[in-house]
Design a protein. Sequence first.
Length: 177
Amino acid sequence: MSAPPKPEILLTKEEIEKQVARLAQEISRDYQGKYPLLLGILKGSFVFMADIIRLLEIPVEIDFVRLSSYGSSRVTSAKIKVVQGLHTPVKGRDVLVIEDIVDTGLTVGYFLDYLRKKRASSLKLCTLFNKPSRRIIPVPIDYLGLTIPNRFVVGYGLDYNERFRNLPDLYFVDGCS
Ligand code: IMP
């Protein structure tokens, strides 16, 4: 296997933690008195989900779905598929989707459409990172960590060919977008 490209730091773990703490405060404030269902999109959101739920001041239920988008080729196909489905009933729940990064918008746009048909009481989206310059379909983001430049990033759960998810900071890797 060839050596992975050399990453260049974009955000330190302290800078990421600051955004996660701010988002947790906003969510705790807005969902006061409620018991939202947080739905994470695997695999990228697992680190963000693990960190944000421990900062929330409200009770939450969590579940994960796995959608196919990038695969190892890093090319977003217009066809998104549910690979591992949702097991928690959504009808009547306050649903908050937790995403690592919105890029073209195809993945989370598909998932929000899928959830709308399931008659949740409310449906919102929280994403840690946003790359609006590559958007193909509009996606309403209710809670946003940071907008980042149009370059491929890894670390804090995000991968390049399944590598780098374990890095605590966020890095650019060239030649991957
Ligand atoms: P979208 O469908 O193009 O919005 O892509 C969303 C998914 O693609 C995310 O959940 C990530 O898994 C992946 N993705 C998009 N941009 C990046 C990136 O810069 N690094 C790693 N994964 C990314």
